[in-house]
Ligand binder design. Structure first.
Ligand code: PGA
Length: 255
C-alpha cells in the first residue's frame, strides 16, 4: 500500500486524476470502478479538464460501486428530485466526456428484482474482464462503497441497509437539495461487496478533510475487521494507492 499525503484537497484530486489518466493512456479500453460522494468530485473535475485537452474515454468501461434502491437514471425527472447515483455520475462526469452510454454500468436501483440485479452486476463485471482500477472513498462509518459495519470482507454485490450516520451524511451533502425530508430518504442500496472490490487489479483510495482523520487512520493502521470495511485495503494483494490531504492524514501514527 502506497500512502501519499498531499497539502490540499485540490492536490489530492489532481494526483487521483493523473493516476487515472495514466492508466487510460496506457490502456485505452481500461475498466474503471467509480465512486460517488463528495470526495471524488474534484477528481472528476480534473478528468473533465483533461478530456478537454484530449484524454479519450471512447473505449473506457465503467462500473460504479453502488446505487440507492428505488432510484436510478430517469432523465425525465428534474435534477432536484432525482438523487440517484446514476444522475450524480451523469451530471458530474459522464455528460462532460466522450464515454459510450453502453459502457457505463451502475447497479439499477429500479430493478424489479434487486437480488437478481446484484447477481447480474457481478456477471457484468466478470464479463468485462474485471476492474483494472477501482476508485474508493471512505465513509465516516469506515465503509467502502455502502459496505456498512458488519459486512463480511468476502461479500459480493448485495442489498445493504444504510446506517443512520451514512444517511445523515448523505442527507446533508445531497438530499437536502431534493426537497425530501430526512425520514423519506432511501434506506437501502445495492452495493458491490468488499470481496468484489478486492478483486480489482488495482485500487485508488482517497480521503480528504479532518472529519475523515480518525476513521482513515483506523482503516489503514488498525485491525482488519468487518466492523470497518475499508480496513480491507490492508488485505489487498495488488497495487493500492492511498491519497490523503493533511487533514485526513492527521491521525496516522506510523508516519
Ligand atoms: P463522501 O463519502 O465522499 O461523501 O464523504 C465517502 C464514502 O461514503 O465513501
Amino acid at each position: 500500500m502506497n500512502i501519499i499525503i498531499k497539502r490540499s484537497e485540490r492536490e489530492v484530486s489532481r494526483a487521483a486524476a493523473d493516476h487515472t489518466a495514466a492508466l487510460i493512456r496506457e490502456k485505452p479500453d481500461a475498466v474503471l470502478g467509480l465512486a460517488t460522494g463528495a470526495t471524488p468530485l474534484g477528481t472528476y473535475r480534473e478528468l473533465i479538464r483533461m478530456h478537454g485537452k484530449g484524454l479519450d474515454f471512447s473505449r473506457i468501461v465503467t462500473f460504479n460501486l453502488d446505487e440507492y434502491i428505488g432510484y436510478g437514471m430517469d432523465l425525465s425527472r428534474p435534477y432536484s428530485k432525482d438523487q440517484s447515483y446514476a444522475r450524480f455520475m451523469h451530471e458530474e462526469l459522464f455528460r462532460h466526456i466522450n464515454i459510450h452510454r453502453s459502457n457505463i454500468h451502475i447497479p439499477n436501483g429500479l430493478a424489479d428484482d434487486p437480488k437478481e440485479e446484484c447477481r447480474r452486476y457481478e456477471r457484468r463485471i466478470r464479463d468485462a474482464g474485471g476492474i483494472d482500477l477501482q476508485l474508493l472513498g471512505i465513509g465516516r462509518t469506515g465503509h467502502w462503497a455502502f459496505n456498512e459495519p458488519g459486512t463480511p470482507l468476502d461479500s459480493r454485490t448485495h442489498i445493504q441497509i444504510l446506517s443512520k450516520k451514512t444517511l445523515d451524511d448523505n442527507f446533508r451533502l445531497f438530499f437536502h437539495r431534493s426537497g425530501l425530508e430526512r425520514e423519506m430518504m432511501p434506506t437501502r442500496s445495492i452495493t458491490m461487496g468488499v470481496g468484489t472490490i478486492l478483486e480489482a487489479r488495482s485500487l485508488l483510495m482517497i480521503a480528504t478533510g479532518k472529519r475523515k482523520a480518525s476513521i482513515t487512520a483506523a482503516a489503514l493502521e488498525g485491525e482488519i475487521t468487518s466492523s470497518l470495511t475499508a480496513s480491507a485495503v490492508q488485505l489487498f494483494k495488488g497495487p493500492a494507492t492511498v491519497l490523503l490531504d493533511r487533514g485526513a492524514a492527521f491521525a496516522l501514527q506510523k508516519r
